[in-house]
Design a protein around this ligand. Structure first.
Ligand SMILES: Nc1ncnc2c1ncn2[C@@H]1O[C@H](COP(=O)(O)OP(=O)(O)OP(=O)(O)O)[C@@H](O)[C@H]1O
Ligand SMILES: [Mg+2]
Length: 256
């Protein structure tokens, strides 16, 4: 398997605290890769550095063979990295379709003033994007809600809309921060099924989750962080048995 993403020695400090301490992470093309660890372990900070949302204090990031260390989030997005956030970033007053279309912008080939005059080219492109976006909505079983306002949807459906928006950019790497957070059990099962399906369809996915049971059943590989350091990096069955992982979680029973 070839590496799609390679982070080496990534480090982030907040004052005296080293939140992420020389972390190495390799995500292979076509894999579903889990990132777990107790609260405050540095998972979000690590992913923020990788996706250009946060500054990097040390180390390098290589994506599709190119050094992308320190590139801004929008430049990484145009190179094919898409992410969802731990807290919702949806436009509550807009429809599901419009929210997902917003994730599409890196492919939209027309610019002002075409948009302003609404030329035939615009409507053709617009139609094509809408067709692609409808296909994504169908894939996530969201098509029935396409024209509903996001604020009307139950929480589980909204998390799927966020996933759909990240997919709309046709990313090479999809990075998800706690997609199952706050979901009832039945919705967690739906999400697990969706992630498995995406992986089968060739997506590469890096997912942060506290729901370890979910990750254990769907991931090819898992990296475990504790206090800013990698304490395990292996297949789920091996990670599950790791004494260091068990100790990290037993010491913090609130996360187990
Ligand atoms: N903006 C910030 N300013 C200061 N410290 C921060 C900031 N962001 C994160 N930290 C600290 O960095 C450490 C790692 O935080 P991070 O949010 O990356 O953890 P996490 O593994 O994502 O946790 P959770 O599971 O709760 O989401 C924590 O000690 C946190 O308090
Ligand atoms: Mg986090």
């Amino acid at each position: 398997m070839t590496a799609l993403l390679e982070a080496r020695g990534l480090t982030r400090r907040w004052g005296g605290l080293t939140a992420v301490d020389e972390v190495d992470l390799t995500v292979h093309r076509g894999s579903l890769h889990g990132l777990i660890g107790p609260n405050g372990a540095g998972k979000t900070t690590l992913v923020n550095m990788i996706t250009g949302v946060d500054r990097i204090d040390g180390g390098r990031v290589v994506f599709q063979g190119a050094d992308v260390t320190g590139l801004a989030a929008h430049r990484l997005a145009s190179r094919g990295m898409a992410r969802s956030f731990q807290t919702s970033q949806l436009f509550e007053d807009e429809s599901v379709l419009d929210n997902v279309m917003a994730g599409r912008h890196r492919h939209i080939g027309y610019r002002f003033p075409h948009t302003f005059f609404y030329t035939p080219k615009v409507s053709r492109e617009e139609r094509r994007h809408r067709t692609d976006v409808h296909a994504i909505l169908r894939e996530l079983d969201l098509a029935v809600d396409a024209h509903r306002q996001v604020s009307e949807l139950p929480y589980g459906r909204r998390r799927l809309v966020e996933l759909a928006r990240a997919m709309a950019s046709e990313p090479t790497l999809l990075v998800l921060d706690e997609p199952a957070a706050g979901l009832p059990g039945s919705d967690v099962d739906v999400l697990g099924e969706v992630l498995r399906r995406l992986r089968r369809n060739g997506y590469t996915i890096l997912v942060i989750e506290h729901n370890i049971g979910l990750l254990m059943t769907i991931c090819d590989r898992m990296t475990v962080l504790s206090e800013g350091r990698v304490i395990a990096d292996d297949e789920p069955a091996v990670v599950r048995e790791s004494p260091r992982v068990i100790e990290a979680y037993l010491g913090r029973t609130d996360d187990a």
